[in-house]
Design a protein around this ligand. Structure first.
Ligand code: GRG
Length: 309
C-alpha cells in the first residue's frame, strides 16, 4: 500500500470512530430539550474533516499512549470547533449561509437557537472532559485536569476568542466610518496563531498529555502543531482564492472580497504555498528533537498542506 493510501485509510478509520463518539457524546432528550439537542446535532453531524480530533488522537498514539483515552478530549475539541463555526457564521460576525456544504445553523433554526447551540456545545465540551474517561485512576485524573486547562486556554480569550476579536476589529470601522489600517505580515501571523492556531495546538497537546507523553514530547508536539496551525491557515487563504465553493463546502472568495488580510494578498500565491511548506519543515525539526519525526503527525501536517477543502 502506498504511503498516501495508508494515511487515507488511517484517516477514514479514525474519522469513523470520532463520528461515532461525537454522536454518543451529544446530549439528547430528556436530559436536554429537543430544540437545542437537534440544533447541536445538526452542526456536529454536518461533516467536516475532523482535523482537530484526528490530531489529538494521533498525538496520543505518537507518544505511545492509548488513543481511546484521548477520545473525550478529541470530541470536546470538535464540539468547541463546531461552536466557533456556528457563531462565526452568524449575521453579527461573518454572516455566512453555507458551511460544510449545508445551510448554516442560523439559516435553518434562527439566530437565537444558533447562539444557544454554540453555547451548549462549548459548555458540554468541558462536561465531557471532566466526566470521561470514567473511572480514571489518579494519574489519568491528573491528565484530565491538565487537558481541561490546555483546551480552555486555547479556546478562550488568549486563544481562539481573542483571535476572532482581532479579526473582527480589522473589518469594523470607527465612528467616522474609517477602517483600521490593514494588518502587516507579523500581525496577521499573530492573529491566526490565536484564531485558528491555538485550538489546533491545544488538540495536539491535549492528545500528547492524555497519551502520557513526557514534558519534552508534549512541548515538541505543541511546537509542531503551532506550525501545522499556521500552515493550515495559509492554505485556507490559498483555497479561498483557488478553491471552488462546492469543494470547500463554504462560500469561496469571501475573505478577499471583504478586504480581509490574507497570506496571498500580502505575499502572493506562490510565496504563500512556499511558506506553508516551510512550516512543515520546522514542524519536522521540532518532532525530530524527540524522535517523533516518523510518527503519523508529519503525515497529518502534509495532509493539511495538500488538502483541497
Ligand atoms: C466565534 C469565538 C469564535 C471564534 C471563531 C475559527 C473561527 C473563530 C472562525 C472560523 C472562521 C474561519 C472560516 C476561519 C478559517 C479557518 C477555519 C477555522 C476553517 C474551518 O476549519 P476546518 O477547515 O473546518 O477544519 P471543517 O468543516 O473541516 O471542520
Amino acid at each position: 500500500m502506498s504511503a498516501a493510501d495508508d494515511l487515507q485509510q488511517y484517516l477514514t478509520v479514525r474519522r469513523t470512530a470520532i463520528d461515532t463518539a461525537l454522536l454518543a457524546s451529544l446530549p439528547s432528550p430528556p436530559s436536554c430539550p429537543s430544540a437545542v439537542a437537534d440544533a447541536m446535532r445538526y452542526s456536529v453531524s454536518a461533516g467536516g474533516k475532523r482535523l482537530r480530533p484526528i490530531l489529538c488522537l494521533a498525538s496520543a498514539e505518537a507518544v505511545g499512549g492509548n488513543w481511546r483515552q484521548a477520545m473525550p478530549a478529541a470530541c470536546a475539541i470538535e464540539f468547541i470547533h463546531t461552536y466557533s463555526l456556528i457563531h462565526d457564521d452568524l449575521p453579527a460576525m461573518d454572516n455566512d449561509t453555507l458551511r460544510r456544504g449545508q445551510p448554516t445553523l442560523h439559516v435553518i433554526a434562527g439566530e437565537a437557537l444558533a447562539i444557544l447551540a454554540g453555547d451548549g456545545l462549548l459548555t458540554e465540551a468541558f462536561a465531557l472532559m471532566a466526566r470521561e474517561p470514567r473511572d480514571a485512576d489518579a494519574t489519568l485524573a491528573a491528565r484530565k485536569v491538565r487537558v481541561i486547562e490546555i483546551v480552555a486556554v486555547g479556546a478562550g480569550a488568549a486563544g481562539m476568542v481573542g483571535g476572532q476579536a482581532i479579526d473582527l476589529a480589522c473589518v469594523t470601522p470607527d465612528a467616522a466610518g474609517t477602517l483600521p489600517p490593514p494588518l502587516d505580515g507579523e500581525s496577521l501571523r499573530a492573529m491566526h496563531a490565536r484564531k485558528t492556531g491555538a485550538l489546533i495546538r491545544a488538540s495536539a497537546s491535549a492528545g500528547a498529555v492524555m497519551g502520557g507523553g513526557s514534558d519534552a514530547q508534549i512541548d515538541a508536539i505543541d511546537r509542531a502543531a503551532a506550525e501545522f496551525g499556521l500552515a493550515f491557515q495559509i492554505i485556507d487563504d490559498v483555497l479561498d482564492i483557488e478553491g471552488a465553493s462546492a469543494n470547500l463546502g463554504k462560500t469561496a472568495g469571501k475573505d478577499a472580497a471583504a478586504g480581509k488580510p490574507t497570506y496571498p494578498a500580502l505575499y502572493g500565491l506562490d510565496a504563500s504555498k512556499r511558506m506553508a511548506d516551510e512550516c512543515l519543515a520546522r514542524a519536522a525539526v521540532a518532532l525530530a528533537d524527540v524522535r517523533l519525526a516518523d510518527s503519523r503527525l508529519l503525515q497529518i501536517g502534509r495532509w493539511i498542506v495538500e488538502r483541497s477543502n
